[in-house]
Design a protein around this ligand. Sequence first.
Ligand code: SF4
Ligand code: ZN
Length: 270
Amino acid sequence: MIIEKKVAETIAKYKLLKKTDKVVVALSGGKDSTSVLYILKKLGYDVEGLMIDLYLGQWSETHKENMLRICSEMSVPLTIVDLKEELGQGICFIKAVLKKQKNLTGCTVCGIIKRWILNKWAKKLGADKIVTGHNLDDEAQNVLMNFLKGNVLLGVNSSPATGGKEVKGFAQRVKPLFFCAENDIRAYAKKMKFDILYDKCPCSFETYRADTRDWLDNISDGEKLAIVENFQKLVPGLRRENVREMKVCGKCGEPASSELCNACKIFACL
Ligand code: SF4
Ligand SMILES: [Zn+2]
């Protein structure tokens, strides 16, 4: 199948994974992460699932039930991290506080917290690599949003593989679906009859991304691929000229670009 072939090609071309790696797949419960978990297992990788219960009501409950069932059917171990046990609050409350205190909106807060938890737990699980389900449409949106914000440097880490052993404290994150269009992944998940939710997250109100996504819906998947591939040609040059020294967060010990990591800056508001 075309998606499976593309994933195998991306892994080989960018040397994303080895068969000896312990691969932790970040599962949201949606079509992208479910598909990538299934494909990697089928390709013979040593995979296990890592999910965060964000406490988004019935939506989270259904995702959890689905992932427990699917992982059990695939004989894949699954760890579910409870956000309330980790941080004392569900994600909507945290987002509301940050909106009020710092005017931080959209999925930024959730994204920072999820990355922090994934990195911490992937290391706890002894992962060599963390796989995420980011797809071609996500990447095209990022390129365009950064460009429209006038800050293409925000995409300096854009790549099928980010972080890595050379970046102290980061479990390397890899994106095998980097060149796979969302439409193709949805079609694949439906063809494979994955019994999951295909709706969008009820807490997603990042209007800038939604507007960008709507705009990109007017162009073909081939044009989205051109946006992503052309930006990839610029990335090595951007990296050479913008080397950022990574530090260790003074509070939690996770990687940070300043004295405190972004997650600890958020926790300080709660
Ligand atoms: S869509 Fe936004 S709020 Fe929902 S899980 Fe993703 S990052 Fe979090
Ligand atoms: Zn920190």
